[in-house]
Design a protein around this ligand. Structure first.
Ligand code: FES
Length: 267
């Protein structure tokens, strides 16, 4: 949707922003990509970044060109599907998801570089869309609680201390967007894995599988080719949900405890 800004009919009409976009275009996983320059005009500051890309794509389609491929779903900061590197920063200049980033974060006349997440564990599918299934496989390795089928137990039957409940909830806000990987110079997925290990490891229901969970999830992230964590902290700074580095300390604590207790990853 394109619109003028602040046109109330009572004053001089304000126009939207004119921007130069340098977008990574890559036809497929095995094809060489390159940055391509486009102009977009009259962009409302109230648009989200993805709406601005929609404007670009409408323009490209009208010209008979191939629209830019990018991932998105909820456009509400919930699903974790969206994510691009904007001027070198995962999700751009604000600590939020790309779909929740508004164009008022930019100025008229700006040039904006738009690239996909860069990590060998996230191969490019096309343009700005990457394959993030490596994160799903880390979850499959242990990021769950096994429960018997049947009626859900009464919620108050298992008391959880308030502090643990709050910390577990904070970790559970991870949406798996992969910004932590994209922001990390090592392309490490440690913050993602740590959020899942912390979320489940703090709750009573997560205790029976706690040791196996941490060793298997860490082994899987290594198998996927993510880099090692060297506590740089870019992951937490880029995380749209503000997952803290404390979760990584918890993971390391759990991992050492599990290994001392004899837990070993499944091969
Ligand atoms: S599209 Fe769902 S978080 Fe951005």
């Amino acid at each position: 949707m394109r619109s003028s800004v602040g046109d109330t009919g009572t004053g001089p009409e304000k126009r939207g922003m004119n921007l130069t976009l340098r977008v990574w275009r890559q036809q497929g996983p095995t094809v060489k990509g390159k940055m391509v320059t486009y102009k977009v005009t009259d962009i409302s500051p109230d648009m989200s970044f993805l709406e601005m890309l929609d404007v670009l794509n409408e323009q490209l389609i009208m010209q008979g060109d191939d629209p830019v491929a990018f991932d998105h779903d909820c456009r509400e900061g919930i699903c974790g599907m969206c994510g691009v590197v904007i001027n070198g920063e995962a999700h751009g200049p604000q600590q939020t998801t790309t779909c929740q980033l508004h164009m008022r974060s930019f100025k008229d006349g700006d040039s904006i570089d738009i690239e996909p997440w860069r990590a060998s564990a996230f191969p490019i599918i096309k343009d700005l869309a990457v394959d993030r299934r490596a994160l799903d496989r880390i979850i499959q390795a242990g990021g769950y609680i096994s429960v018997p089928t049947g009626t859900a137990p009464e919620a108050h039957a298992t008391p959880v201390p308030k502090k643990d409940a709050d910390n577990a909830f904070d970790a559970a806000t991870c949406i798996g967007c992969g910004a932590c990987v994209a922001a990390c110079p090592n392309a490490s997925s440690m913050l993602f894995t740590a959020a899942k290990v912390t979320h489940l490891g703090l709750l009573p229901q997560g205790q029976p599988e706690r040791n196996d969970r941490v060793v298997n999830m860490v082994a899987q992230q290594d198998r996927e080719g993510f880099g090692g964590c060297t506590n740089i902290g870019e992951c937490s700074a880029a995380c749209p949900k503000g997952i803290s580095m404390e979760t990584i300390s918890r993971l390391n604590h759990d991992l050492l405890g599990a290994l001392r207790a004899g837990a070993r990853p499944k091969s």
